[in-house]
Write a protein that binds this ligand. Structure first.
Ligand SMILES: Cc1cc2nc3c(=O)[nH]c(=O)nc-3n(C[C@H](O)[C@H](O)[C@H](O)COP(=O)(O)OP(=O)(O)OC[C@H]3O[C@@H](n4cnc5c(N)ncnc54)[C@H](O)[C@@H]3O)c2cc1C
Length: 422
């Protein structure tokens, strides 16, 4: 028999975004919260890059979900299967339903391995792997260790993906390992990027171009992986500029799959018609649904101009809490919604005539680099040649969920925590 339960706040997804919002709501004194999350484990995905690079173990990235869900939050161990925003109802896979006053959507995104012909069948064997899955990240490291020469290809798909840096970070880690083994000269390393530059912010692009060149990495811009033949170990790369395809034999292929909104949401009423990938429509300043004031979305599932990262969620979660749930009873009397400043602190955008702070379309390319970014730029440029073996090893040594995982050695006081991951 199906049951109907009511909660003041229902959060769908207990990943970085869902847990962050739940914890902040509890701190604000909200007592009736249900968190819908089917998985027994919570995964700290940023560390999967280091698992693939041999600098961390997969097990270190998983924590029992029950230990992370804040006390006082009801864990509904089920999968959301549908949302009826007009009637404020979430339907669960079990057939049960949850009624809500406010809904926070945070179920992440889906990996579309089948979006590249041959990739889904090949991944995990014959030298093909992807750090984007918990079970596959250790395979990456296995395959990297086996390479003593030949060709290694690292690819990034077109479209928004989580952690746009991860497709190239693993290339640097692998190249660094091969260099330390004395075999890098015999490995042709190809980095395939859909973009015209290695990074959208020019100052950082210059640093990363130097890192890639330092390892002798051949960077193919505006190119994509379009086919994999796992048995023959052959990848087809499309050069979008010329429209030509090239088949390349590989010894290792690290492929980041195309990504999109979860299938059950991309055709739902919450999906943004403007997003070809089905991500959810929210106001980019307040994270409130553009149609239903009691629905919010954040993290990877939301159609936002920010990167899809834990770092972005760190800014989004406080905004969701400030804007809606904690002020729900007095919302009518409250002032306008607080607006999310998605820009780095060095940039101070001015409100327009309507009082809205606009995020420039090419924000990251246009932004000035502030004092703290300059320090970070110098730091990365200096450390990059030995980044994987030295700096990253030290970062990996710190368990991510038991304390702040430091991304750099700039004293926290100087960078005000902006270059550190919590
Ligand atoms: C290899 C890799 C490297 C990365 N590196 C970095 C980095 O260096 N820095 C950084 O900031 N970010 C990084 N990221 C990105 C970061 O991990 C994600 O952006 C972040 O985890 C997104 O959080 P989320 O809560 O939106 O989604 P997730 O953390 O993916 O959580 C979604 C949750 O929703 C649950 N769920 C799914 N479907 C349903 C459903 N139907 N009903 C209920 N629950 C559901 C899932 O079980 C999951 O627990 C990296 C990611 C990867 C894969």
């Amino acid at each position: 028999m199906t049951a109907v339960r009511h909660h003041q706040v229902v959060i769908v997804g207990g990943g970085t975004a869902g847990i962050s919002v739940a914890a902040r709501l509890r701190r604000q004194g909200v007592t009736d919260i249900a968190l819908v999350e089917p998985s027994e484990y919570h995964y700290y995905q940023p560390l999967w890059t280091l698992v693939g690079g041999g600098l961390a173990k997969a097990g270190e990235t998983a924590r029992p979900q029950g230990k992370l869900i804040p006390k006082g939050v009801t864990w509904t161990r089920d999968r959301a299967a549908g949302v009826d925003p007009d009637n404020r109802i979430v339907t669960l896979a079990s057939g049960d339903t949850l009624a809500y006053d406010q809904l926070v959507m945070a179920p992440g995104l889906q990996l579309d391995f089948e979006g590249v012909p041959g990739l889904a069948e090949s991944v995990g064997r014959n030298g093909v792997s992807s750090n984007y899955r918990y079970d596959l990240a250790p395979r990456t490291w296995e395959f990297i260790r086996k390479v003593r020469g030949g060709t290694a290809i690292f690819t990034m798909p077109a479209g928004p993906i989580k952690c746009g840096g991860a497709p190239q970070k693993i290339a640097y880690l692998a190249a660094d390992w091969w260099r330390r083994q004395g075999v890098l000269d015999g490995v042709r390393v190809i980095l395939v990027l859909p973009t015209a530059t290695i990074f959208s912010q020019p100052d950082w692009a210059r640093v990363l171009e130097g890192v890639a060149a330092g390892y002798g990495i051949e960077v193919r811009y505006e190119s994509q992986l379009v086919e994999v033949d796992g048995d023959s170990r052959r990848a087809v790369i499309l050069d979008s500029k010329s429209g030509t395809k090239e088949s390349i034999d590989y010894d290792l292929l690290h492929a980041v799959p195309p990504q999109s909104a979860p299938a059950w949401l991309k055709d739902s009423a919450l999906a943004d018609p403007a997003s070809p990938f089905g991500y959810l429509a929210v106001d980019q300043y307040s994270l409130q649904s553009t149609r239903w004031p009691d629905v919010f979305a954040l993290g990877d599932v939301a159609n936002l101009p920010t990167s899809k990262t834990g770092a972005a969620i760190r800014k989004q979660a406080p905004m969701v809490v400030a804007n809606n749930i904690s002020r729900a009873p007095e919302r009518a009397a409250a002032g306008p919604l607080r607006r999310l400043h998605l820009l780095p602190t060095g940039h101070r955008p001015q409100p327009d005539a309507a009082g809205r702070v606009r995020l420039p379309a090419q924000a990251d390319a246009q932004l000035p680099v502030d004092r703290h970014d300059e320090a970070a730029l110098r730091h990365v440029a200096a450390q990059a040649p030995r980044a994987s073996g030295d700096v990253l090893a030290r970062h990996a040594a710190r368990p991510p969920l038991t304390g702040p995982a430091r991304l750099c050695r700039i004293p926290r006081r100087s960078c005000r925590g902006r270059h550190h991951l919590r």
